[in-house]
Design a protein around this ligand. Structure first.
Ligand SMILES: [Zn+2]
Length: 273
């Protein structure tokens, strides 16, 4: 939930660009992998930057969001290039009355045919979160950080408890930034209703979820860069775990007692350790 003054369209485009650049720097968005979407409840002037308008059918009805706005990356666009020319990579949707259709605003510089094919999962999670919490802002990122994705191929890390007790033990900040831990969704075909449904449920309990053998989805109701930070915290934790496996598991990690003491000091509520 944001308090006024609300960010302007240009600030939001800039933050999407910075998040995309950072995800690229940590190698979580090779080629055109990854996508970003942002929901805002307050009205913004779109036509100056996005003068072309066409009708679209939304992947699911969102009747409570009539008149409200989404900024969404285009299919096949590179997250690292958003920062240079955001209007080439992003489309804006304003939801119509009834919530089944919308208007897609794009630029003359538009370099995509359709919005990201993962928009069904993005929209389902946005709607679930917005209706449950009443937030006026919500950002979602899908990225493919390699260490985290690699560990999701190893059977023992496919159990949520094992994944979290092993990844959240390498730095004191990890439990502070991810107090609900990392959700885990078993492999499902990209863009499928199964993936959408499992993601929506896991993101009710977590701020980031691993899609087995694929990547992650992270959310924030504060900023798009905060969602990118969550990807980075989880990927850094996975990198330590990978280093430890490579070194023959000689690292101790923080003990459960040490992590509980950190949580007491910093007043972090958690149920993992
Ligand atoms: Zn992907």
């Amino acid at each position: 939930m944001l308090q006024p003054p609300y960010p302007e369209l240009d600030n939001l485009l800039e933050m999407m660009g910075e998040a995309g650049k950072r995800l690229s720097e940590i190698e979580a968005s090779e080629g055109a992998a990854g996508n970003i979407s942002v929901y805002l409840q307050w009205p913004v002037e779109l036509r100056t930057r996005f003068p072309l308008v066409e009708p679209i059918v939304l992947p699911q009805p969102v009747p409570k969001l009539a008149g409200e706005t989404f900024l969404v990356t285009g299919s096949g666009r590179r997250l690292r290039e958003i920062i240079d020319e955001p209007v080439a990579s992003i489309g804006c949707i304003v939801v119509d009355e009834g919530g089944e259709t919308g208007k897609l605003f794009t630029s003359h510089q538009r370099r995509f045919e359709r919005l990201t094919s993962e928009f069904n999962s993005h929209l389902a999670v946005h709607y679930d979160q917005i209706v449950a919490s009443g937030t006026n802002f919500h950002a979602i990122i899908h990225a493919q950080p390699p260490h985290l994705t690699y560990l999701s191929h190893v059977p023992r890390y496919q159990a949520e408890n094992y994944l979290n007790t092993h990844l959240l033990r390498w730095q004191p900040e990890t439990i502070i930034n991810l107090p609900e831990g990392i959700g885990f969704v078993p492999f499902a075909i990209p863009s499928s209703p199964e993936l959408m449904d499992a993601t929506l449920k896991s993101l009710r309990q977590h701020r980031i979820v691993v899609w087995a053998k694929h990547g992650v989805m992270a959310r924030s109701d504060v900023s798009v860069k905060r969602a990118a930070d969550r990807v980075e915290y989880a990927e850094t934790a996975a990198k330590y775990e990978y280093l430890n496996l490579s070194a023959g598991e000689i690292g101790e990690g923080l003990s459960p007692d040490e992590i509980r003491a950190i949580c007491t000091t910093f007043k972090v509520q958690q149920k993992i350790f």
